[in-house]
Design a binder for this molecule. Structure first.
Ligand code: MLT
Length: 278
């Protein structure tokens, strides 16, 4: 599990994108930790992290196997819980005892598992274009089929169409380079990691009760053109969590943080402020 420092806090000692070892003592206020969606890596958060003001330390992980040059040894069996435990270990190694944690889609599943298994590490929760429910049986079967295809063919081809389906229709029409960037990132993922993530997501439980049982600050963010985890899924989470705010991002699809990074970055900065004053 790699932890990248995207922004060093203003009071930090020297920080680089790949060195998060001083994160626990760096920055104004609570660190913000970003968990990426599938089949991508931490780079999908770079633009939104730029928008998080206030001298805050911003960290982003590469979930197991994600990103070019990732460790090919993956925890077995594949599980979102293993990913959450790896995030907790990486934060502990970086000296981060508590943070605001935000995850987009698969990153949101991991964030909820982190809250479930390591609640003391979570000071605030950002759930971006994600859902708290488990997959329906057909969706689960489809994931397992894609995992088998990716593994058997040693190819990311089965998930390549996601470069267009993840992006909203406005972005697709007005900024085709965004979908091209997503396609390039997908092409850099390892087929084994794609298979691992699909199997992990297929096995995840419904964590709505975890959300309902947590009194900390939650921000639910959804692109108004998200067809993968649409507005209804966001409303479901916002209604379940006792301290939730819902932010609907105009002209954004499932990758709202990439499509409208200023809006999502601001929503996460406000979440950090709520967590600090809680
Ligand atoms: C993601 O963006 O992480 C995926 O769409 C998640 C999923 O397939 O459920």
């Amino acid at each position: 599990m790699r932890l990248h420092m995207l922004r060093a806090g203003t009071t930090a000692a020297e920080g680089t994108e790949d060195t998060a070892s001083t994160a626990g003592t760096a920055g104004a206020g609570l660190p913000l930790v970003l968990l990426h969606g599938f089949p991508l890596d931490h780079r999908m958060w770079l633009a939104a992290a730029e928008q998080v003001a206030g001298g805050r330390t911003v960290l982003a992980v590469d979930l197991p196997g994600a990103g070019p040059g990732a460790d090919p040894v993956l925890p077995q069996p594949p599980s979102i819980e293993a990913a959450a435990d790896a995030v907790a270990d990486a934060l502990a190694d970086a000296g981060v005892s508590r943070a605001v944690v935000a995850g987009l889609s698969m990153g949101g599943y991991v964030a909820l598992a982190l809250l479930d298994r390591h609640p003391g590490r979570v000071a605030g929760l950002g759930l971006v274009d994600t859902k708290s429910t488990a997959d329906a049986p057909e969706a689960r079967a489809n994931r397992l089929r894609i995992a088998d295809e990716a593994e058997r063919g040693a190819t990311v081809d089965p998930v390549r169409p996601m470069a267009t389906t993840l992006v909203g229709e406005t972005t697709r029409a007005s900024r085709p380079q965004v979908a091209e960037q997503v396609a390039a990132w997908i092409d850099e993922q390892s087929p084994a990691a794609v298979a691992w993530a699909q199997r992990a997501m297929a096995a995840r439980p419904d964590r709505t009760a975890v959300l309902a049982g947590w009194a900390g600050p939650v921000t639910v963010v959804v692109g108004d053109e998200d067809t993968v985890t649409p507005l209804d899924a966001a409303r479901h989470m916002a209604q379940a969590a006792p301290q939730a705010q819902l932010v609907v991002v105009p002209r954004a699809g499932h990758l709202s943080a990439l499509e409208q990074p200023d809006v999502v970055g601001l929503a996460l900065a406000e979440l950090c402020q709520r967590a600090e004053s809680a």
